[in-house]
Design a protein around this ligand. Sequence first.
Ligand SMILES: C[S@@+](CC[C@H](N)C(=O)[O-])C[C@H]1O[C@@H](n2cnc3c(N)ncnc32)[C@H](O)[C@@H]1O
Length: 305
Amino acid sequence: MPLTTICDFIRFATSRFNEANVVYGHGFDSALDEATYLVLTSLHLPHDMPPVYAAATLLPDEREVLQQRIHERVSRRMPTAYLVGEAWFAGLSFKVTQDVLIPRSPIAELIERGFAPWLQQPPERVLDLCCGSGCIGIAIAVHVPESHVDLADISLDALQVAGGNAADHGIEDRVEFIQSDGFGALGGRRYDLIVANPPYVSQAEVDALPPEYAHEPMLALVSGEDGLDLPVRLLAGAAMHLDPTGVLILEVGDSADRLAALFPEVPFRWAEFERGGGGVAILDRDELVAFAETFGAEDQRRGAR
Ligand SMILES: C[S@@+](CC[C@H](N)C(=O)[O-])C[C@H]1O[C@@H](n2cnc3c(N)ncnc32)[C@H](O)[C@@H]1O
């Protein structure tokens, strides 16, 4: 029996995903959840479509696209976001290619709740460092209409994706794109909020991840032997780019314990999330000045380990 309807394809994809034990680490809870998203998005259909349309018959070329994408998802473990070219973050749609990490940072929740309780007022000058698709900085620009956001990344390909996303959300006049290795190209720019989701995983940890993650750019995941090379550089350089009352929000995910153990005297505050995730540190400028002053010694300690 051929597959003919929308419902057929959602059922078929769900069965294949379950059979193949695909991993749902990129924003989905279950095979049915991901299969429904893959089928409806590929067909350019709204996700709140009345159930009666599930019985609609698909055209041959639509079936071919769906067969191909379901096959790619199962045989190559290609994440659905790359197959459909879209991911959702902070309630907004972002275009994604394999040049950028698939957005999934818990920082989305901080943006949606106006950074409470960490910021007393909406940020005006913002830096999204390691911006990738631009999801964090662009979501801030959309949620905080008075903000101006610099989006920086070492990857020109990522910046190009971020540029497309900024245009899609109509905020190009309030954002600037800068190719930068860490703070390297940011000169004397200062901000009242710096947000960074840098690579923070070790090569050994990446090697142990499910095959879905191998499709993401390694530049976006791995940072040195213990995963902390870039995060520590950002901690050391942030004070110079913050206004006196400025704040750094730095994601280090599962490397949080390692970072805290490496710098036991640093008063990291860790954000809590209702929707899951963690490892997001918040530090103010004075704490980062202290970090920068002791960084030389700490850097040697890291080198001596
Ligand atoms: C974990 S991804 C985060 C992307 C995006 N902010 C998000 O949350 O989905 C890390 C990003 O850091 C960039 N990156 C890696 N090394 C960098 C460096 N030395 N300086 C600036 N950006 C860097 C990568 O190109 C990648 O886009």
